[in-house]
Write a protein that binds this ligand. Structure first.
Ligand SMILES: Cc1ncc(COP(=O)(O)O)c(C=O)c1O
Length: 401
């Protein structure tokens, strides 16, 4: 690969403000750029590289699959789809899976399920409850469901049929839907990732479940960022002891091989029939093998426990080192999905941290987000803290709220 890095790419559309870094290889939670500089990966490809880089059991499995069969078509049975679906069903307590290629596609499928659920009941104008600060993707329908005007700006007219409510406020939810026979579903993230690591209270989640049951609404959980062990359980809603009717997955499911999935329980499993939905690539043998092997490695290496333990260690260390500093509003999150909220914008930390050898992101302008691979060790968590803390102190000393 060329070590030449363009400040602005002449041919790739500039949909991202990119750092002047090109990464060329990785090992475990470490990555190297084309100039040989080493970074501790606190971002994991934005909560994607579940088992880290160049995993000694994932790579040969994918190589084996590439040599056997990469893609066929959903015109035929894909046994690996069956295998991965069975594993997702077992771990979620749900019943059926549709495979696609990304998070927004999983949410698009969920939205279509909700609308058809309504139409099948004779509701011509189905409406779906969504949340302030939510992020569900960048297709026209999913950006309409997203609660961030910046993401919607310039793309109107938006898709209709969403009712927006604040997080963790049951009365607001009841008020917004009272006497409305067109409500068919509630869609939410258990911990809002892009919105700034805002957690739904588990008791609120249980109350939403009860409300969905009482009104015959689908409870639809976007676990695209929170799912797949990130919070220390397979799916974050499991902390609340509830089971949704629909769950969207992507990101960590394929450890970096693009894959998305919608998992449905009995209430939503048979809404789609042949011809209602589809995708050329969805659930192809390579992507589904990546999912099967990711689950195998997660279990063999006890990565749920690791995410919980190392995540708690990292959170405690960040709280201890940063929690009482003026300028630090909060240290929050669960497992290896953590946020440090400052009282001021801190986007420049992304570049400063990379210079210091740490990859991370900043969401909602002022929240430092850490979503490293789930293989992170306690010693590596300590290295994240050692790299990050001086940068935060430096930023707080040199800028105003
Ligand atoms: C909660 C959530 N939903 C949906 C998406 C969209 O996923 P994708 O970028 O794969 O389309 C994301 C991506 O960040 C996400 O965090």
């Amino acid at each position: 690969m060329s070590a030449f890095i363009e400040a602005a790419s002449p041919h790739v559309m500039t949909t991202y403000g990119r750092l002047p870094i090109a990464l060329s290889r990785g090992q475990g939670v470490w990555v190297w750029d084309v100039n040989g500089k080493k970074y501790l990966d606190g971002l994991g490809g934005i909560a994607v590289n579940t088992v880290g880089h160049n995993h000694p059991r994932l790579v040969p499995a994918l190589q084996d699959q590439v040599a056997k069969l990469i893609h066929t078509s959903n015109y035929y049975h894909v046994p690996l789809q069956e295998e991965l679906a069975a594993r997702l069903v077992e771990r979620s307590g749900m019943t059926n899976v549709f495979f696609c290629n990304s998070g927004l596609e999983a949410n698009e499928a969920a939205l279509k399920l909700a609308r058809k659920f309504g139409h099948d009941k004779g509701i011509e104008n189905p409406q779906i409850v969504v949340y302030e600060k939510a992020f569900h993707g960048r297709s026209i329908a999913t950006l309409s469901a997203t609660g961030n005007p910046k993401i919607q700006a310039g793309f109107g007219p938006l898709v209709e049929g969403f009712i927006r409510v604040p997080l963790n406020d049951l009365d607001a939810l009841k008020k917004a839907t009272e006497g409305n026979p067109n409500v068919v579903a509630v869609l939410f993230e258990t911990i809002q990732g892009e919105g700034g690591i805002h957690q739904m209270r588990w008791d609120y989640l249980q109350q939403v479940r009860a409300l969905c049951d009482a009104n015959d609404w689908l409870m639809m959980v976007d676990e695209i960022q929170t799912g797949f062990g990130r919070t220390g359980k397979w799916f974050a809603h499991q902390w609340a002891g509830i089971t949704p009717d629909v769950m969207s997955l992507a990101k960590g499911l394929g450890s970096g091989v693009p894959i998305g999935a919608v998992v449905a329980g009995p209430k939503a499993a048979h809404i789609f029939g042949p011809g209602n939905h589809g995708t050329t690539f969805g659930g192809n043998p390579l992507a589904t093998r990546a999912g099967v092997e990711t689950i195998r490695i997660m279990e063999e290496d006890k990565l749920l426990d690791n995410a919980a333990t190392v995540g708690a260690h990292l959170k405690a260390a960040l709280q201890r080192e940063l929690g009482s500093l003026p300028g630090v509003k909060d240290v929050r999150g669960q497992g290896l999905m953590l946020g440090v909220e400052l009282d001021r914008p801190c986007g420049e930390l992304i570049g400063l941290a990379a210079e210091a050898g740490l990859l991370l992101s900043v969401t909602a302008d002022s929240v430092i987000r850490l979503v490293p691979p789930l293989i992170l060790s306690t010693a590596e968590a300590d290295q994240i803290v050692a790299l990050l803390v001086p940068l935060v102190k430096q930023l707080l000393a040199g800028s105003k709220a």
